[in-house]
Design a protein around this ligand. Structure first.
Ligand code: NAI
Ligand code: MG
Length: 352
């Protein structure tokens, strides 16, 4: 029987609640499908920062390196500035483990009220491939002339040929396993250095995949298309910032942030990959036991898929669909009155 070693970092706010439910569902899937998960939990969080002055220990990366996968809740909470929590935990892990692909599948789930309701899951199914290691999220820059009338800041972007090419190639490879269409998010009319470079590399890579249909759109128009004609999109590839924004939008049109999973993937397999919900720690509802655990459960399904447990991953998605269609155990964001625990337990029970 295969056993996988999984690191769990519940983090902050509702990250803790939804991770408990995802573990419950993953353990049920493992029991049902003949493998086991050996969990190790890490308390790395804003709470730890408040007590010790750091989000994770100095050797945090080394502690995680030997795991088969990482399940992450959410990082960030009022009281600790977001740039400290993000750069103290999430971003160092993504970079140290070369998780240069941020994969965000989007599917209209049953039982949800979307601005696009009336459409079916088949019509609205896409995946966002977000560059996850460079681009606009860079530490290069600075604040100058602080407090003076001529105060200014510089925030640089970093786009490397290696970084841009590998994420675009990943998108084309992924498209070959799907409907074979890639759309690139650009903004070469406004960002006159980085985006023309991105577009040029996109064209070079596209030429090597003549079997895959490809095109590019300015990110603002692409955002509108995502709402008005999402059936014309399949694989969408974008820079770190564009991919971040587009995936929250995609989540919103398919029933909300509580439903959208994501994977930080190291395609070479040299380092562990890390799976998390798209949403954050939701301080406005933290501690109330009402967060929707579906996004984190589906992130867990992506983790199993990554480990090669494809059947178990599909079984989890089917169970989620069943529970949402039945409609008896929906959390408040879905119009119901169920708690996080009741929805999670319903999915785990549907698996057995
Ligand atoms: P958020 O995603 O935490 O919340 C946005 C809104 O969506 C809130 O109204 C929240 O109640 C709702 N929401 C989110 N997830 C939900 C769920 N599972 N069920 C029901 N409702 C849900 O984003 P926000 O408020 O911008 O950020 C809060 C904190 O989380 C910040 O510190 C931020 O830095 C952090 N964050 C962390 C992320 C990560 O760990 N990858 C990603 C995004 C934000
Ligand atoms: Mg985001």
């Amino acid at each position: 029987m295969s056993e996988y070693r999984i690191a769990s970092i519940p983090g902050d706010g509702i990250g803790v609640d939804v991770t408990v439910e995802a573990r419950k569902v993953l353990d049920a899937a493992a029991a049902r499908h003949g493998f086991s998960l050996r969990w190790t939990e890490f308390d790395w969080s804003c709470e730890r920062y408040t007590q010790t002055g750091s989000m994770m220990p100095d050797d945090g990366v080394a502690q995680l390196a030997a795991f088969d996968g990482i399940l992450l809740g959410a990082v960030g909470f009022p009281g600790v500035p977001d740039h400290i929590s993000l750069w103290g935990l999430l971003i160092p892990l993504r970079r140290a483990f070369q998780q240069y692909v941020n994969l965000r599948p989007v599917r209209l789930l049953p039982g949800t009220t979307s601005v696009l309701s009336g459409r079916t899951a088949e019509e609205l199914e896409m995946v966002i491939v977000r560059e996850n290691s460079e681009g606009e999220y860079s530490a290069i820059g600075g604040r100058h002339n602080s407090g003076r009338p001529d105060e200014f800041v510089l925030q640089e972007s970093v786009f490397t040929r290696v970084g841009v090419e590998r994420i675009i190639r990943y998108a084309f490879e992924l498209a070959r396993t799907r409907t074979s269409r890639v759309t690139s998010a650009t903004k070469s009319n406004g960002l006159i250095h980085s985006m023309p470079f991105w577009d040029e590399i996109f064209a070079e890579v596209a030429a090597k995949y003549p079997d895959v249909e490809s095109g590019q759109m300015h990110v603002d128009a692409l955002a509108a298309r995502m709402v008005q004609a999402p059936d014309r999109l399949d694989v969408v590839v974008g820079s770190n910032l564009f991919g971040d924004i587009l995936s929250d939008l995609a989540a919103a049109v398919t029933g909300g942030l509580g439903m959208a999973p994501s994977g930080n993937i190291n395609p070479s397999g040299e380092f562990p990959s890390m799976f998390e919900a798209v949403h954050g720690s939701a301080p406005d509802i933290a501690g109330q036991g009402i967060a929707n655990p579906v996004a984190q459960i589906l992130a867990g399904a992506m983790l199993l898929e990554h480990l090669g447990e494809t059947v178990a991953a599909q079984a989890i998605r089917t169970s989620v669909d069943e529970v949402l269609t039945a409609g008896a155990e929906l959390t408040p964001d879905l119009g119901g009155t169920a708690t996080t625990t009741r929805l999670g337990t319903a999915v785990a029970e549907a698996l057995r």
